[in-house]
Design a protein around this ligand. Structure first.
Ligand code: GLU
Length: 482
């Protein structure tokens, strides 16, 4: 029987173990959030470990970027590669000696064996099995080598891997926190390579050794690892170690409900959401509810509230849809919770060429109108450049060109004489000339912004300045007289 960690009786330690093979996926951030909440709720520790044993897939700079993006979301770890801790090092490539010691123990006990098969043999085996419509798996050729044959191969320095011994026809049962009882027949499990021919462990071996040595009590990970769990549980049994509790989280689905969240429907990297101007607290709140519910109607949670409310019982079995509209709703909510002073700094970040005075004008005008901060860039483009547009756009409401020229010429005169209280003055101008208000503002808006979808144009004029406003009106008049 596999020993599983008792949930209540020990110091809770969770871990996130990203591989530095690219950017942190938004689903990884959700996993991390649950790890974090469980540890913090129980006054335990959350550990960050870097799993870099797949040397071929390493991406330069990825480790640093993963660490940074986690911090940028306002999260942190109690032990990890940069700060160390009592069970370090926390980067697997720095722990190779440790794995060597443990693999030796397994081989000595007969729970793992040397495999001297060449890649050619393995490839041809796989091809034969595929042709016979069998599940590709190792045929245990080297499991049957005699002691003498093994020694001879070792002496001859023939490269080898080390494989896990899988018992025949045994049922492995474990209780997944989310999915309940899971059964595997060992006949479906391949003799997993634990140590590769370059002496580096595979994920399976390194993760089990590390989770044990780092005293991890709960493992949250994606459901793609579910089928690996029997191999891991066998390792725990062979070493006579207590296994952590496992929670295999659901996958996030595309907004249309079709398939795993993919680039097809927008960004999937945790970093990109921040770059697009989603607030960390909005993202985290959105992720909290993608696989967990509080058991009440409450939908807004600060990180602290989430930690207090988090419980393993309320994790979902059903894959959640990554509903971007919901995310926008959360972001809008959190943006509007901010004071104008807080928004000033955020606006500045997204509008680096705007002056402080411009930003002060824009914050109250735009704060209700943006979903995410990067919307500011398109909404304020006209302040920083002459946006290209066609003459027809000025006449979008069917305005006679002569009338449009009249509207613009008179607006220009007004603005030239006075740049204060423009809302009121322009309305007066419209009234005195018997113009249609909607028609006037369409011509005026396009003249100033080069677009029909714009923020409240008159309120933005102080940010544009008198001179530029007049220039833009001139450009529009020229377009209409050509
Ligand atoms: N290094 C694995 C990954 O990046 C971690 C899997 C696990 O959490 O056990 O997917």
């Amino acid at each position: 029987m596999i020993k599983l960690a008792m949930i209540d009786s020990k110091n809770i330690r969770t871990r996130m173990a990203p591989s530095p093979t690219g950017e942190l996926h938004i689903g990884g951030l959700r996993t991390l959030l649950y790890d974090y909440a469980l540890a913090k709720k129980n006054n335990g520790q959350f550990i960050l470990r870097i799993e870099d044993t797949d040397q071929k897939r390493l991406v330069v700079g990825s480790q640093e970027r993963i660490l940074q993006v986690i911090k940028d979301y306002g999260l942190n770890w109690d032990e990890g590669p940069d700060i160390g801790g009592p069970y370090g090092p926390y980067v697997q490539s720095e722990r190779l000696d440790i794995y060597q010691k443990y693999i030796k123990e397994l081989v000595d006990k007969g729970f793992a064996y040397y495999c001297f098969c060449t890649q050619e043999r393995l490839d041809s085996l796989r091809a034969t099995q595929k042709a016979a419509k069998q599940l590709p798996r190792y045929d245990q050729h080297c499991f049957h080598l005699s002691k003498d044959e093994i020694q001879k191969n070792l002496d001859a320095k023939i490269p080898y891997t080390v494989r896990l011994v899988i018992p025949k026809s045994e049922t492995i049962i474990f209780d997944d926190i989310i999915r309940g009882k899971i059964k595997f027949n060992t006949n479906e499990v391949d003799d997993q390579v634990l140590i590769k021919s370059n002496g580096i462990p595979t994920y399976h071996f390194a993760a089990v050794v590390d989770d044990h040595l780092m005293k991890i009590t709960h493992v949250f990970r994606g459901e793609e690892w579910l089928t690996s769990t029997p191999k891991h549980l066998l390792l725990y049994r062979y070493f006579n170690w207590e296994a952590p509790a496992f929670a295999h989280l659901t996958v996030l689905l595309n907004p249309d409900g079709k398939g795993k969240l993919s680039k097809r429907t927008g960004s999937t990297h945790a970093r990109v959401f921040l770059d697009e101007g989603y607030l960390p607290e909005a993202m985290l709140n959105f992720l909290m509810l993608l696989g967990w519910n509080p058991g009440t109607d409450q939908e807004f949670f600060t990180l602290d509230q989430f930690i207090q409310n988090f419980s393993l019982e309320h994790l979902h079995k059903k894959s959640p849809i990554f509903d971007r509209k919901k995310l926008d709703y959360f972001n809008g909510y959190y943006l509007r919770q901010k004071t104008d002073e807080q928004l000033f700094d955020l606006f500045k970040k997204f509008l680096p060429t705007a002056s402080d005075d411009q930003i002060k004008i824009l914050v109250p005008v735009l704060k209700e109108r943006i979903v995410k901060l990067s919307d500011l860039v398109s909404q304020t483009k006209f302040l920083f450049e002459n946006v290209e547009y066609d003459q027809e756009l000025l006449l979008k409401k069917g305005t006679d060109p002569k009338l449009a020229i009249d509207m613009l010429t008179k607006s220009k005169e007004l603005i030239n004489n006075n740049f204060d209280n423009l809302s009121e003055k322009l309305l007066e101008l419209i009234k005195n000339n018997n113009w249609n208000t909607g028609e006037f503002f369409m011509v005026f808006r396009v003249a100033i912004c080069g677009s029909v979808f714009t923020p409240p144009v008159v309120e933005c004029l102080p940010a544009l300045g008198q001179k530029k406003t007049l220039e833009k009106i001139d450009i529009a008049i020229t377009k209409l007289t050509q």
